[in-house]
Write a protein that binds this ligand. Sequence first.
Ligand code: NAD
Length: 419
Amino acid sequence: MALYHSPLYKDALAQLEEAASVMKADPNIIDRLKKPKRAIQVSVPIRLDDGTVKTFEGYRVQHNLTLGPGKGGIRYHPDVDLSETTALAMLMTFKCALVGLPLGGAKGGVKVNPNELSRQELQGLTRRFALEIGPFVGPDKDIPAPDIGTDRQTMAWFMDTYSQIHGYASHGVVTGKPISVGGSLGREEATGRGVAYCINFAYDRMDKTIDNNTTIAIHGFGKVGMPAAVDLAEQGAKIVAVSDVSGAVYDPDGLDVLKLINWVKGRKLLKDYHGVEHITNDELLELDVDVLIPAAIDGVITKKNMKNIKARLVAEGANGPLTKEAVEYLSEKDVFIIPDILCNAGGVIVSYFEWVQGLAHFFWDIDQINKTLHNILKNAFAEVVKKSVHYKVDMKKAAMIAALAKLEAAMKLRGLFPG
Ligand code: NAD
C-alpha cells in the first residue's frame, strides 16, 4: 500500500513499537499512532514559462493533532511521496511531544525538483499548493514551515496566498517567514543552533569540553548544517569537512566556515570550491573525527557503512539519517547518538515562538529567543538521558519513550470521540 513502503516509515513504525514495548504503552494508543489522522493528496497544476501547463503531485499529512495544531515543513523534492511524508509527519508528532510544545505532527511536500523551475514557476507552484491544501491549514489547524527545497520566500508566498483568500494578513499560518512579514529573529539559525546546544549537552555528559582540538564533520551544509558550523566554530572547534549534494571539502586544520557559507549562498556548489581537498560524501561520513553531524537527508548511515563510522558522537541534524540498525550497532559500540527528534528540534521550537509572536502581534528580542530555546532543549535532553538510564536503552529509544509517555497521557485524558 502506498502508505507503507518507504524505509523511513518502516523505521518510524519499528521505533514506535519498540518504545511501546519497553514502556508497556497502551496497545490501543499505539494502534492509533501507527497511521496518520488525515492524509491529503492534491494536484498542483501550474503554467510553465513556455506557456504549457504541468501538474505536480502534492501532499499534506496530519499525523496526530492531540497536543495542538499540526506543525511540520513543506518539502520540494523529486522523492516526495505519501509514505515518506507520513513518516516525517509522525516524527514531528514525537518531536513536538518530546520538547513539550502544544503542537501536533504534520508534514507536506510536492514531488518536484525545485532547481528545474524558474522563480515565477516556483511562486505559481507554491500559491496553487497553498490554495489546494488551504482548507486544512491555518493558525489553529496546521502551520507549515520550510524544509528541503523550500525557504523564507516560499513561506512568504504561502502566507500571502492564505492572507489574500481570508482578507487579512495572517501571521500565524506559516513559520520560517522573513522578518518583514512576521518572521521571528533566530528562526533561520534555530535548527543548527539547537544541534550545537545538544552537542554541548552531550559533551558535558561525556565529561568533555569543545575546544580547538575538537574535530567536526558536517554532511549537508544547508539550512541546518551552516548555522551549526558557525556556532561550533565560534566555540573553537575545527570544522574539518562539510558537504553538499555535489561532494565534500576537507581540511584537517579546519575550514574557513564563513568563506564557505558565502560560497554556498552565492548558489555555488562545493565541488567547485578551490584551495581545499575534495572528498566524497561517503568519505566524509567515515572520517576520523570527534563529532559527525549528518544534516542532509535520511538513510545515509546504514548496514553498508555503519562499521566504518569513527566519530564518537553522532548528532542527527537531519531527520532519520541513521537507520535503526545503524543506531543499534553504533550505540552498542558506545557511540553517543543525539536522536533527531531532540537534536534538530530547535527549528520547531523557534517556529513555535514565531507562531506565538504572530498570534500575539508582539515580537521578542534575540536574547529571549536563544535563552528560551536553550532551556527547552536542556530540559528535553535531561529527560531523554533520564529515560535512557531508567529503561537501560540507547538515546534514540529513550527519546521515543519520553515523547510517547507525554502523548499517551494526553490521548488518554482527551479520550475517544464519540466514545
Ligand atoms: P537544505 O536543503 O537547506 O540543505 C540540505 C543539504 O544537504 C544541502 O547542502 C544539499 O546539497 C545536501 N544534500 C541534499 N541531498 C543530498 C544527498 N543525496 N547527499 C548528500 N548531500 C545532500 O535542507 P535543510 O533544511 O538543511 O534540511 C536538512 C535535513 O534537516 C532534512 O532531513 C530536514 O528534514 C531536516 N530538518 C530541517 C530543519 C530546518 O529547520 N531546516 C528542521 C528539522 C529538520
